[in-house]
Design a protein around this ligand. Structure first.
Ligand SMILES: Cc1cc2nc3c(=O)[nH]c(=O)nc-3n(C[C@H](O)[C@H](O)[C@H](O)COP(=O)(O)OP(=O)(O)OC[C@H]3O[C@@H](n4cnc5c(N)ncnc54)[C@H](O)[C@@H]3O)c2cc1C
Length: 384
């Protein structure tokens, strides 16, 4: 059964899709269970992904990357997440947020910070969310105060992928206090993780995505040069919103890969398992479950690939990206839930792939903006 069939993928992305499938088969799928259990950071697989030219390669060729397009990244994403979500997230977080520097940074910033990421010498993270809330981007409390030629950053960040492992993070902080311009109060900065006053620790064990690591970051008087600000002061919210349009199409791909994995597992199980003297797939109710899962999956995939095209062409990008994220990630939760039921008691054995998928699907409905927030965006940005 080939759920991630290539006919919906633009021709320009099919080569990358094949590369990603081969890598996922060799490196991700066979190691998924082990990393899930240990919760270790999969350095070895990250390095193999770098060697294969599949990590941080959306950076343009001018700065050492392959200049992969959104469609090419989405094609890779579906394949990686089908194999294992936690390892896949680690592979993709290696350049998380660096895309903002590519889009809005100066040539000097790109040479200094972006090139080492594209050349796989450094890894990054994006530090936006805080302990008291991640949904209200105009309510974050970490501050960056200008002091001569520097900014001094204070506050806390939470849930930050690679907050411990990264060489630098793109950090979102408050630089203004104008109550009439809530969205103009924030800026983005490159913050090297060896800056004095930057302290990161891993957050406690998660129920899913166990091969990826997130951190709590405490910033106390962390001083960085003003030249590390990305784009104009006060433009952080808008740069982030633009970046999230791109990211949400990719997170839709997280859902698609997970949904495909759930369907595969359910299909295989019910064709093998016997009850009442026949294989379980012979019951019409079971066939309807499989039919519903497949229908939802195909609908989500069609929407997600359409959204990729719209976002690439900057055509009502926010609206399409939010719809793709909601539909694909919720299709993953739906398919995983049905697949669990079809596995009966086998579903709850930790060693079975379906139980891993079931725990993983709870996470993409939250990150990159909880789906409730996406629904606000879909309504608010519906083209007139
Ligand atoms: C595994 C993982 C990895 C992550 N990686 C990163 C990362 O690398 N960088 C980063 O910055 N963040 C990261 N996050 C944080 C993530 O983006 C936030 O968890 C998310 O934005 C939600 O924020 P919150 O958890 O603070 O929920 P809150 O903002 O406290 O919201 C809680 C719930 O309230 C509801 N709600 C809130 N506001 C509204 C509203 N306006 N309308 C309707 N309902 C609403 C929603 O149901 C929401 O889920 C990660 C999270 C996880 C779980």
């Amino acid at each position: 059964m080939e759920l991630l069939d290539e006919t919906i993928v633009p021709e320009s992305a099919r080569g990358l899709k094949a590369e990603a499938r081969a890598f996922a088969d060799e490196w991700i799928a066979p190691n998924a269970a082990e990393y899930y259990e240990s919760g270790e950071y999969p350095w070895e697989i990250l390095e193999a992904g770098m060697d294969a030219g599949l990590v941080a390669q959306d950076v343009s060729e001018a700065y050492g990357g392959r200049g992969l397009s959104l469609s090419q990244l989405l094609a890779i994403t579906e394949e990686f997440y089908r194999a294992d979500a936690g390892i896949a997230l680690t592979l993709q977080l290696a350049s998380f947020g660096a895309e903002i520097l590519q889009e809005h940074g100066t040539d000097e910033q790109r040479e200094t910070y972006l090139r080492p990421v594209a050349e796989n010498e450094q890894i990054t993270g994006l530090a936006v969310s805080e302990p008291d809330g991640g949904s209200d981007l105009a309510g974050m409390e970490a501050t960056a105060e200008r002091d001569g030629d520097d900014y001094v950053i204070d506050g806390e960040k939470f849930w930050i992928g690679n907050g411990v492992e990264a060489d630098w993070v793109t950090l979102y902080a408050k630089t203004g206090d104008d109550p009439n311009n809530r969205y103009g109060n924030y800026s983005l900065f490159v913050v090297p993780t060896d800056t004095d006053g930057y302290e990161a620790e891993h957050i406690p064990e998660k129920m899913g995505f166990r091969a990826s690591k997130q951190a709590r970051i405490a910033l106390e008087g962390a001083r960085i040069p003003a030249s590390n600000r990305i784009g104009p002061e006060g433009a952080g919210f808008y740069m982030l919103a633009e970046f999230f349009n791109y990211g949400r199409v990719i997170v839709g791909g997280h859902g698609l890969g997970l949904a495909a994995a759930a369907i595969e597992e359910a299909h295989e199980f019910v064709h093998d398992r016997e009850a009442f003297g026949r294989t379980v797939n012979e019951f019409q109710a079971v066939q309807h479950d499989l039919a519903d899962m497949r229908t939802e999956f195909e609908a989500a995939r069609a929407l997600n690939w359409r959204a990729a095209d719209r976002v690439e062409n900057n055509d009502d990008a926010g609206f399409w990206a939010a719809m793709a994220k909601v539909k694909s990630t919720e299709t993953a939760t739906f398919c995983a839930e049905r697949a669990m039921q079809l596995h009966g008691g086998q579903s709850v054995l930790a060693e079975n792939r379906i139980s891993r998928i079931y725990r993983d699907v709870r996470i993409p409905v939250i990150y990159e903006g909880a789906n409730d927030i996406q629904r606000n965006l879909i309504y608010g940005q519906t083209p007139k």
